[in-house]
Design a protein. Structure first.
Length: 151
């Protein structure tokens, strides 16, 4: 599997990919609407993308999406990020996203915080966020997960 840095030539197909898999390049979290394609990242050609942003508090994984689940794409993207950055890696997902929470925990991420009602705030920024998510679970809360740096 060829994981490589996200390049300017990738933006068109990644934008379509994110529209199909994540509701677009604009993602709402932590009370902020962000353009995930304004950050560096990695791609698996036409089948996966991850972007991230670094700050003093570590590295936020801003988006990860794979065209095919259970094929190693997500794991390869996480491994590329781990090799590229130092310090903790953290991310936000929603309370209904049980498959993602499982995926992250199996790769060493730990649950750190739950932000009750945060999806209601995000919905004001991005009204197309549905009320009901995966498995018929009401989308209400943001869940923060964190991966500590390897020793």
């Amino acid at each position: 599997m060829n994981v490589r840095p996200l390049a300017p030539d990738d933006v068109d197909w990644v934008e379509r990919f994110l529209a199909d898999h994540m509701g677009g390049r604009m993602q709402a979290r932590r009370g902020e609407l962000i353009d995930v394609l304004s950050f560096p990242g990695f791609v698996v050609e036409r089948d996966g993308v991850l972007t991230y942003r670094q700050d003093d508090g570590g590295c936020e994984l801003t988006v990860i999406a794979a065209g095919q689940r259970h094929t190693g794409i997500g794991t390869a993207l996480i491994n590329a990020l781990r090799a590229a950055v130092e310090g903790r890696i953290w991310l936000i997902t929603t309370n209904d996203n049980l498959d993602a929470i499982r995926f992250y925990q199996r790769r060493g991420f730990r649950l750190r915080r739950v932000h009750p009602g945060a999806v209601d705030v995000a919905r004001r920024l991005k009204p197309e966020i549905p009320d009901i998510g995966h498995y018929g679970i009401p989308m209400r809360d943001e869940v923060e997960l964190e991966l500590e740096p390897a020793d």
